[in-house]
Design a protein around this ligand. Structure first.
Ligand SMILES: *Cc1c(COP(=O)(O)O)cnc(C)c1O
Length: 238
């Protein structure tokens, strides 16, 4: 790729890492508490290579076909691929064949296919797929709600725990549009505290994007998913 793109991405990445450091300091947390997942959806595999050169270890994608193609093209880079998009049950097994972390498990129907896909992976025995349960922060009954109702998390966790190729790591959420993200993430922190009482090893909290990573870190995020602040504006969705 051109040096110009590399310079731009490097500068953006520095700025985002600086924001994460500052937010950790503000929250009284060590800076290595928060991992950065760079969301590469809509951007080419050449950008993924640039990111790997710049020390990025984790990348996120939200559409199966694009993710699968890019993961195959970049297989030599040994990145961790996070699937962060809506999952269809007929694609879930395929997603679990290349995603190292599936962040968007939000209904019981997905557990069987994810587990089958995870079992079929080649690789050393015991390498399974890490799973986060996506929890909805929308009010009950909201249109286009994605994510599980907080009341359903325990059942989902139990199903994941019973699937031996899946490892329950924690929770993921997206702040709803039209609400102060700090208010939404405060609600998320309470849901997570309850969840951790039953599932003390599921310590990951994936929350916070380009516009709201500071609020997420203030409320306990361990992973932030940042796209446009690193790679620039995406073409309009659809
Ligand atoms: C696209 C996306 C992101 C990144 O959003 P930016 O605002 O570009 O940082 C994070 N999480 C999910 C689930 C996404 O789909």
């Amino acid at each position: 790729m051109t040096g110009r793109r590399a310079d731009e991405v490097a500068a953006n990445l520095d700025a985002v890492r600086g924001r994460i450091r500052a937010a950790c300091a503000e929250a009284g947390r060590p800076e290595d508490d928060v991992a950065l997942v760079v969301v590469t959806k809509f951007f080419p595999a050449s950008d993924v290579r640039l990111l790997a050169d710049l020390g990025v270890t984790d990348v996120g994608e939200n559409r199966h076909q694009e993710a699968q193609a890019k993961a195959a093209e970049c297989a030599d880079l040994r990145l961790r691929w996070h699937f962060i998009g809506g999952l269809q049950s007929n694609k879930a097994a395929a997603v679990a064949s290349y995603a190292d972390v599936v962040e968007s498990l939000d209904r019981p129907k997905l557990v069987g296919p994810l587990s089958r896909g995870a079992h079929a992976r080649t690789g050393p025995p015991g390498t399974g797929v890490d799973v986060l349960l996506q929890v909805s922060l929308d009010p009950p009954g909201a249109a286009h709600r994605s994510g599980a109702d907080p009341a359903d998390l325990d059942e989902l966790a139990r199903l994941v725990a019973g699937a031996d190729a899946l490892r329950l790591r924690g929770l993921m959420a997206v702040a709803p549009l039209g609400e102060d993200p700090a208010t939404a993430f405060a609600r998320l922190a309470a849901v997570r505290a309850d969840f951790l009482r039953e599932h003390p090893d599921a310590t990951v909290l994936s929350a916070g994007m380009s516009g709201d990573l500071e609020a997420a870190i203030a409320h306990g995020a361990t992973h932030v998913r940042v796209g446009s602040a690193v790679l620039g504006p995406r073409p309009a969705v659809q």
